[in-house]
Ligand binder design. Structure first.
Ligand SMILES: *[C@@H]1O[C@H](CO)[C@@H](O)[C@H](O)[C@H]1NC(C)=O
Ligand SMILES: *[C@@H]1O[C@H](CO)[C@@H](O)[C@H](O)[C@H]1NC(C)=O
Ligand SMILES: *[C@@H]1O[C@H](CO)[C@@H](O)[C@H](O)[C@H]1NC(C)=O
Ligand SMILES: *[C@@H]1O[C@H](CO)[C@@H](O)[C@H](O)[C@H]1NC(C)=O
Ligand SMILES: *[C@@H]1O[C@H](CO)[C@@H](O)[C@H](O)[C@H]1NC(C)=O
Ligand SMILES: *[C@@H]1O[C@H](CO)[C@@H](O)[C@H](O)[C@H]1NC(C)=O
Ligand SMILES: *[C@@H]1O[C@H](CO)[C@@H](O)[C@H](O)[C@H]1NC(C)=O
Ligand SMILES: *[C@@H]1O[C@H](CO)[C@@H](O)[C@H](O)[C@H]1NC(C)=O
Length: 808
């Protein structure tokens, strides 16, 4: 659990409404300067339990006193006697004096100026400038040049190479003591500049050098809706800076006394700072600096770090290596022979090694880079310096290679110098180009969604409905078997689109050119021909733009088929769970899809004359038309299939794990609220871009629901938003979707809203209650597929283990 140390709350006493301190004026304890639009305030405060007084700057309007800068962090005032003024010599130096007029702290103005004034700007920057110089940014001094523990928007993190000024952020000793502690986040300008988190002089974590898009070891730094960022490196200066996107939420970076370099964003809803985890530092064990020593690469394997020597290298001390002490790292198996010529072996998808002893040439190609490295016998590796536009520039290493990590996304290619004999070995062992296998969690969702509990016994207490008597009003086309067999090329494998809960689906084309989708119901429904026709006729009457249109049916002995319009874009699952196609679903499309599904479901539940419970709503059952409008398919299937729907309990649980609510999966109880649960899962999947089932997170064993719940309770819902959305989404809409999703997946059906409320909530016309704990947020121990005589256990959210009951 993250404890946010540095956010302190205290009462703000007297207020003044001026932002400027002039020569001859002073600020005493209890008086403050307030920036023009009241975003920031400067004054005296006591952090936490401390009695000492400090001069600092804090957020005024939001975050109730979150301190962003401390002047005398290392020189506390014992009492309330502090006075801030501009030096009477009029040279622009700010001085903080104690009761005996001793100077406790002073700013170091670089030059003198006429009529100096100090102004607290809206950015939270306290600046000293010449009062004769109205709009000048020509500051004599600014607090942004001397950050304490917080990096604010607009602040530079980095080094002025001309003056030597190094702007870094460093932790407080504790929540009660802002004195500078050991942890520092800085840019190390040696070799090729890199971002680093240090403890004293020891490197703890190295985000790495800049590759044009992000730090090489921090691919999670991506364009986002909260802030933009830049990196500048030239002869004069090297710095990183972020800037808030207009009208976005406040955001800042903090180094905590625990040594976390963490980004926070202000959550209006909860009135708290929430960690923006995806953009912070240390994420897994492999991020610990040089964990594997030299010439070794670190790889996360589920929750633990694994070290592996680079190709052509072996453990330096095999005994220690076996004993899991890898810090010695690896050594070359074969000596280099620079005179006769060495080769290079390419390693893909890595976090590039430490560049403190590297050199960069931004102007040459990778080919020239190789030449350059070959020629210099002390060159150990090379890589592209900039990955943009297919890669450019040349980064060279002249030292042992350390602190590499395998990245599943955003890694780079590294070319490692190697004796030619080793290269030959390598090629002999790997005749084809070696492909690294990235473990992908494949889902068994599509394979089979049918889970059978108990025996295949169907109650056939069919009740005729009054609507059924009016069937003559509409003639349902009944296709003949032969034309359907022809249209689908005799139900060939090539034409198979997928397999749903009730059987396979085929694509087909009728003689007149119309494309159709044919759902072949599994046999042995036990339903008679007339009953089937009646049901299908009823379903065919359901007409809504968010439902797939049923064109007709087809019967042959005990075979039953339903014929639907064919939708070329396939299903939502084909988009949302596909790394590349997901990007086609921008935020407005996702909203449109969520809204469409909600309206389609509402129609099924309430607006149609039948009360249809879908029972198997999931991403692969939502088809998309040319304009990406969602169309629910497979609705009414249970009816067509002859499964009794009028009772709230069923003998046969139809559905898909990951989408089923606990009361249905365990007890076979279903209601409209079961569909609401599935809808909630779908919403969260759409926001996050990942399946609930098969979801995997390094920190815990929860499924997506559990992950969402965890982030929600930890006030970090922003992290649930699909990164591939970049900055295209509206934060408030996304947060609303998350909250609606969580409300829909609550453990108790009676807590979940009905679809009518959901539609209103999504449109923002109804306020949202706080969600309670979801059902099934952990899913280990769930049976993988059907199991009719299974004793396997479910873990329900309240940690009670429930056994599947056999033969209900
Ligand atoms: C803000 O600070 C004041 C004074 O300490 C306190 O009474 C108030 O509850 C705080 N508000 C929030 C939202 O924390
Ligand atoms: C203060 O707020 C007003 C209105 O929102 C805006 O026009 C003005 O530019 C702001 N001033 C500063 C210094 O940010
Ligand atoms: C400015 O005045 C202070 C004392 O008030 C003095 O210590 C400091 O050296 C002066 N700085 C410059 C640049 O003259
Ligand atoms: C005031 O500050 C001066 C200089 O730091 C110091 O020598 C002196 O002891 C302080 N006086 C009190 C009362 O703290
Ligand atoms: C001012 O300069 C002195 C000596 O160069 C340095 O020790 C001190 O930390 C500086 N003060 C600030 C606020 O940077
Ligand atoms: C600065 O602003 C003041 C008051 O707004 C004005 O009187 C003065 O002429 C301005 N000075 C310059 C150099 O623009
Ligand atoms: C880098 O390349 C550009 C265009 O190819 C050229 O204009 C520039 O002078 C080169 N810079 C150096 C330092 O070689
Ligand atoms: C090889 O590169 C290193 C590091 O830049 C440099 O010091 C050395 O002079 C170079 N050696 C040759 C032979 O160019």
């Amino acid at each position: 659990m993250l404890i946010i140390y540095c956010f302190l709350f205290y009462t703000i006493r007297t207020t003044s409404t001026q932002d400027t301190l002039r020569l001859g004026q002073s600020i005493r304890d209890g008086e403050t300067l307030v920036s023009a639009n009241e975003s920031f305030e400067l004054g005296f405060f006591s952090p936490g339990k401390s009695k000492s007084r400090y001069l600092g700057i804090w957020y005024k309007k939001i975050a109730n006193g979150t301190v962003t800068w401390v002047a005398n962090r290392n020189a506390p005032l014992p009492d309330r006697s502090g006075v801030l003024s501009i030096s009477s010599q009029g040279n622009g130096t700010l001085i903080l004096q104690n009761s005996t007029n001793g100077i406790v702290w002073s700013s170091n103005a670089s030059r003198t100026a006429q009529n100096p004034v100090a102004v607290l700007l809206e950015s939270g920057n306290l600046v000293v400038k010449s009062g004769n110089d109205n709009d000048s940014d020509n500051f004599l001094w600014q607090s942004f040049d001397y950050p304490t523990h917080v990096l604010l928007p607009g602040m530079k993190l980095g080094v002025n190479l001309v003056t030597g000024l190094n702007r870094f952020i460093s932790s407080w000793k504790s929540a009660d003591d802002p004195a500078q502690d050991d942890y520092m986040y800085e840019i190390d300008p040696r070799g090729v500049p890199q971002a680093m988190l240090l403890k004293g002089s020891t490197i703890r974590y190295r985000p790495g050098s800049w590759n044009g898009l992000h730090w090489t070891g921090m691919p999670q730094l991506q364009p986002n809706p909260v802030y933009t960022f830049e990196y500048v490196s030239n002869e004069k200066e090297v710095f990183y800076r972020f800037t808030l996107i207009k009208s976005s939420v406040p955001s800042m970076m903090v180094v905590s006394p625990l040594g976390e370099s963490q980004r926070y964003t202000w959550m209006e809803q909860t009135q708290k700072w929430a960690p923006f985890l995806s953009f912070s530092g240390l994420i897994d064990q492999c991020d610990n600096y040089a964990l594997c020593g030299t010439y070794a690469i670190c790889k996360m394997n589920s929750n633990s770090a694994e070290c592996e020597c680079l190709e052509g290298f072996e453990p330096k001390s095999p005994r220690d290596w076996k004993l899991l002490d890898k810090t010695d790292g690896c050594v070359r198996r074969t000596k280099l022979d620079c005179e006769r010529g060495d080769g290079f072996l390419k390693r893909e998808s890595v976090k590039l090694p430490d560049t403190r002893f590297s050199r960069v040439d931004k102007n040459i190609s990778l080919f020239e880079c190789k030449e350059l490295c070959s020629k210099n016998c002390s060159c150990t590796a090379y890589a592209n310096a900039d990955v943009r536009g297919g890669g450019s520039g040349c980064l060279l290493w002249f030292h042992e290679l350390t602190d590499m990590k395998i990245l599943s996304e955003g890694g780079q290619d590294l070319y490692i110098r190697m004796a030619t004999s080793e290269l030959d070995n390598f090629e002999r062992r790997n005749p084809k180009k070696k492909k690294k296998v990235v473990p992908i969690i494949t889902s068994v969702l599509l394979a089979t969604g049918v889970i059978l509990i108990g025996a295949f016994v169907y109650a056939r207490k069919k009740k005729r409905r009054d609507q059924g008597n009016r069937k003559e009003e509409m003639e349902l086309p009944i296709f003949d078997w032969k034309s359907i067999a022809n249209a689908t090329d005799n139900f060939s494998e090539e034409n198979k689109l997928g397999e749903g809960g009730f059987g396979p689906v085929y694509k087909g084309m009728l003689i007149d050119g119309q494309e159709i989708a044919v759902k072949r119901l599994s046999k042995s429904s036990g339903q008679g021909v007339e009953e089937f026709k009646n049901e299908v006729l009823l379903i065919a009457k359901l007409q809504h733009r968010n439902l797939v249109k049923l064109l007709g049916c087809c019967m042959k002995r005990d075979e039953r088929m339903l014929i639907y319009e064919y939708l070329p874009n396939k299903s939502l699952a084909d988009f949302i769970f596909d790394g590349t196609r997901r990007k086609l679903l921008d935020w407005s499309k996702r909203c449109q899809i969520i809204g469409g599904i909600a309206r389609g479901l509402l129609y099924l539940h309430q607006d149609s004359r039948l009360r249809i419970i879908h029972r198997d709503l999931k991403a692969s059952n939502v088809l998309l038309d040319n304009e990406m409008n969602p169309k629910i398919s497979d609705f009414g299937m249970a009816r067509a299939f002859g499964v009794d729907q009028t009772e709230a309990n069923t003998n046969r649980v139809v559905g898909t794990y990951g989408y089923m609510p606990p009361e249905y999966a365990i007890d076979g109880l279903f209601s409209v609220k079961s569909d609401v649960f599935s809808f909630g899962v779908l919403v969260l999947e759409l926001v996050y871009g990942t399946r609930n089932r098969g979801f995997h997170h390094v920190d815990h064993h929860h499924n997506l629901l559990g992950h969402a719940w965890r982030l929600w309770t930890e006030d970090r819902p922003v992290e649930l938003i699909d990164k591939s959305l970049e900055d295209t989404y509206s934060l408030s809409e996304a947060l609303r979707c998350i909250q609606v999703g969580l409300l829909c997946v609550q453990q108790r059906p009676e807590d979940r809203p009905n679809m009518a409320s959901v539609v209103l909530m999504l449109s923002g016309e109804r306020s949202l209650p706080q969600p309670k704990q979801p059902g099934f947020f952990t899913e280990r121990n769930l049976p993988e597929s059907e199991s009719s005589s299974s004793n396997q256990t479910f873990h329900s959210s309240n940690q009670i283990t429930v056994s599947l009951i056999e033969g209900r």
